[in-house]
Ligand binder design. Structure first.
Ligand SMILES: Cc1cc2nc3c(=O)[nH]c(=O)nc-3n(C[C@H](O)[C@H](O)[C@H](O)COP(=O)(O)OP(=O)(O)OC[C@H]3O[C@@H](n4cnc5c(N)ncnc54)[C@H](O)[C@@H]3O)c2cc1C
Length: 397
């Protein structure tokens, strides 16, 4: 076993850390005020090719693996406690990876160079107003018409909707091509955003101040067959490769955000005095800190193992998809729940200051809470772990 990152990965980490601390961290107040990610930050990420990380080099991307992508995600998360920029980074890169892997040659040649440059952002349109976890029950349909498909339906709670509309891009979209067949009748499409056929409605969210979020209504969206990703009716299996990548990235982002708050807490504990001594001398707080530090170390290790397994499976087929699902679910479950608890205690150590608006702990608490739902809820993570432990017979309806 080798727990070291490569020299190239360490250089990339140092470059991104320097960029994130210099160009992202100081602009968080502006992002919160405008509720949008400043264009200069996006331009900086493009400059470093961070929006093309997972697109193959032949299309102008970095062709990075999941572990390397996670290193960048960690550094961005350390600079943005709201998790808005990490979310943009992870959604775009995880789903662009899937797009690049499953797009046919024609679609890939047309779309991937601009995706790699970050000129087109990639989102995921799966959840609907009435169905989220239960993909087989979705009602968005893609009906064969001429040489392509016509898509109708509504998706909701979709991240990046306004960014994609304003900056350009499209969605990896989950739709039913054979509605009678449940999950065996689902197909994935890449659907470029298009004002004529996609109506968007914004939603206000609890945290993630710089993010945009909303609903999409597909109104007779006509697409060519070449926009199918992979094979018709095999979308259920394929989409989980995207969810797994995104979930594994969420695990390291959650730990990174929580570590920023714990480090803020450590500094505060050293300087804030009560009853004649720094509050860091009270064993009650020391033990809380120790529990969180131990959990963060464990969660980060489990998260990186999930990313490493994902890479091994993608490159060499060394693990089964189910082994990946279980490891990824373990990482997402532990990291998102433990990170929320760690941030909550770090907020508490700051006393009343912790409860003031827009301090890093308050921002992080609201932002990180989204990860117990987004890209698969914590209950679904438990279902996956239980299913892989007990066996599938226990999950037949
Ligand atoms: C901030 C944020 C960003 C998001 N971004 C996107 C996006 O970009 N694209 C996208 O497609 N979706 C997105 N989502 C939606 C997200 O993927 C869903 O919220 C999630 O999959 C859960 O689906 P749901 O909300 O419909 O809840 P439901 O599936 O209706 O579930 C409701 C509750 O019941 C629980 N539950 C469901 N089934 C079971 C079961 N069998 N056993 C035990 N408990 C169960 C769930 O865990 C949940 O707590 C986002 C959500 C959030 C909060």
């Amino acid at each position: 076993m080798d727990f070291n990152f490569s020299e190239e990965q360490e250089i990339l980490r140092a470059t991104v850390r320097e960029f994130a601390q210099r160009e992202i961290a100081p602009r968080i107040p502006e992002m919160i005020q405008k509720r949008r990610i400043p264009h200069e930050i996006i331009a900086g990420m493009k400059r470093l090719n961070l929006l093309g990380m997972t697109v193959p080099e032949i299309y102008g991307g970095m062709g990075a693996d999941a572990v390397t992508t996670a290193i960048v995600a960690e550094e961005i998360a350390a600079a943005d406690p709201t998790v808005s920029i990490p979310v943009m980074f992870l959604v775009h890169n995880a789903w662009s990876y899937l797009l690049a892997k499953y797009a046919n040659r024609e679609l890939a040649a047309e779309i991937l160079p601009s995706v790699a440059r970050g000129d087109k952002l990639t989102g995921i349109a799966s959840t609907e107003p009435n169905f989220g976890s239960d993909l087989g029950s979705m009602t968005t349909v893609a009906v064969k018409s001429g040489s392509g498909y016509t898509i109708n339906g509504e998706k909701s709670f979709i991240s990046l909707v306004r960014d994609i509309r304003e900056l350009g891009g499209g969605y990896v979209t989950v739709a039913k091509t054979d509605p009678g067949k449940g999950t065996a009748g689902i197909t994935l499409f890449y659907l470029p955003d298009n004002e004529k056929s996609i109506e968007i409605t914004s939603l206000e969210e609890m945290g993630r101040e710089g993010s945009t979020w909303g609903a999409l209504r597909f109104k007779n969206y006509v697409t060519e067959s070449r926009n199918v990703l992979g094979k018709v009716n095999e979308g259920f299996k394929i989409v989980h490769e995207g969810f797994e990548f995104a979930r594994a990235l969420i695990s390291v982002i959650s730990v990174s955000t929580a570590m920023t708050c714990l480090n803020n807490g450590i500094e505060y504990m050293k300087s804030r005095k009560a009853f004649g001594q720094p509050i860091g001398k009270f064993q009650g707080l020391q033990f809380q800190l120790a529990d969180h530090m131990a959990r963060m170390e464990a969660a980060r290790t489990v998260g990186y193992k999930a990313l490493w397994m994902y890479d091994q499976e993608q490159k060499h087929g060394s693990f089964s998809r189910f082994q990946i699902s279980k490891q990824v679910a373990t990482a997402k479950l532990l990291s998102t729940v433990w990170a929320f608890d760690a941030i909550n205690d770090a907020l508490q150590w700051h006393g009343a200051y912790g409860y003031t608006r827009y301090n890093p702990q308050e921002l992080a608490l609201r932002g990180i809470r989204s990860f117990q739902l987004a890209e698969g809820s914590r209950e679904i993570m438990k279902m996956i772990i239980a299913r892989e432990s007990l066996g599938r017979d226990f999950f037949k309806q």
